[in-house]
Ligand binder design. Structure first.
Ligand SMILES: Nc1ncnc2c1ncn2[C@@H]1O[C@H](COP(=O)(O)OP(=O)(O)O)[C@@H](O)[C@H]1O
Ligand SMILES: NC(=O)OP(=O)(O)O
Length: 311
């Protein structure tokens, strides 16, 4: 049977147009359980990673709005908060579904730290969209008042952007492997893990949000996963996305992917990192990487849909 890493986008947990209440997030996570549990029932070892873009952006707004009464928290601590609270919601939803189906397994969340380089140029060039979507007028007003940057996000509106350095090491990798050896379903690398730098061998949090696709690719390669599924809002990656010329892709080689990237088909804050993460996984020795939506997981595993990136 296979070891499968499933990376679930933060935008699948708070969907476009939703405010992000806990009930909405629980409902969305519940909907994700069925296809994932099917993999567990088939005997696969499953690792669930997830995004935190909408959630950590919301936490940042909450923290800033409450600043006059309680201390503001740095972004790494907010990353940790979202990794904890989403981990809780995910492990509870999966455990309940397993109980319903008489699957006697433990689900556990591992809070992870992801080491990044202090010199990563991403600190000077914020690209990671977080939080809610705003109109252009709202984004212009907020950026003038608060000195924060916004980008247009795949035709869905404007979102605040923060630095997103590349993870180089998952500190808690051995803990994850130990749980997998005990056949425990692991939820981990949430929000890409908490960004930390190493100074004289010591770890220290830094203010950023790691792309969970990169952290998932790194983790999947490090634990020798057979499959990395990058699950997002679309069934397949496309060129000319969102235009009348849109063409969905069942497969593309790394060279084709890099050419499409150069031609601007994969935006930096959305599809771009997924493609780069897929390439990273393959270059680190990974074999199978597919980008698709969670409801198409089984069909994608059978090669019928999704977009497979190949060497
Ligand atoms: N070339 C493309 N092909 C398919 N989807 C694309 C493309 N370019 C941008 N997108 C958009 O990017 C989204 C994935 O990015 P995002 O929602 O930020 O990821 P996540 O699911 O990790 O939160 C897709 O749902 C789609 O709306
Ligand atoms: N941290 C992260 O990659 O979050 P999203 O998947 O929500 O963008």
């Amino acid at each position: 049977m296979n070891k499968i890493v499933l990376a679930i986008g933060g935008n699948a947990i708070i969907k476009e147009g939703q405010k992000g209440t806990i009930e909405e997030q629980q409902q969305n996570i519940n909907e994700s359980c069925e296809p994932v549990l099917k993999l567990v029932e088939q005997g696969n070892t499953v690792v669930i990673t997830h995004g935190n873009g909408p959630q950590v952006g919301n936490s940042l707004i909450k923290s800033q709005m409450a600043e006059s009464v309680i201390p503001n928290y740095p972004l790494d601590v907010l990353d940790a908060e979202t990794e904890g609270n989403l981990g809780y919601l995910i492990q509870q939803a999966f455990k309940n579904k397993m109980t319903e189906k008489n699957i006697n397994k433990t689900v556990a969340t591992v809070i992870t730290q992801s080491v990044v380089s202090q010199d990563d140029p991403a600190f000077e060039n914020p690209t990671k969209p977080i939080g809610p979507f705003f109109t252009k007028e709202e984004a212009d007003r907020i950026s003038a008042e608060e000195n924060v940057s916004f980008v247009e996000d795949s035709g869905r509106g404007y979102r605040r952007v923060v630095a997103s350095p590349k993870p180089t090491r998952i500190v808690e990798k051995e803990a994850i492997e130990a749980l997998l050896e005990k056949d425990i379903t692991v939820v981990t690398a949430g929000g890409g893990g908490i960004p930390v730098i190493e100074e004289n061998g010591m770890l220290k949090g830094v203010e950023a949000v790691i792309d969970k696709d990169f952290a998932s690719a790194l983790l999947a390669a490090d634990i020798n996963a057979d499959y990395l599924f990058i699950l997002t809002g679309v069934e397949q990656v496309a060129i000319h996305f969102g235009t009348p010329q849109q063409q969905n892709l069942l497969e593309m080689t790394i060279d084709e992917a890099l050419r499409y990237m150069d031609e601007g088909h994969f935006p930096k804050g959305s599809m771009g990192p997924k493609i780069e993460a897929a390439i990273l996984f393959l270059k680190k020795g990974g074999k199978n990487v597919v980008i698709t939506s969670i409801d198409k997981l089984q069909e994608a595993l059978e090669g019928k849909t999704g977009t497979r990136v190949t060497l």
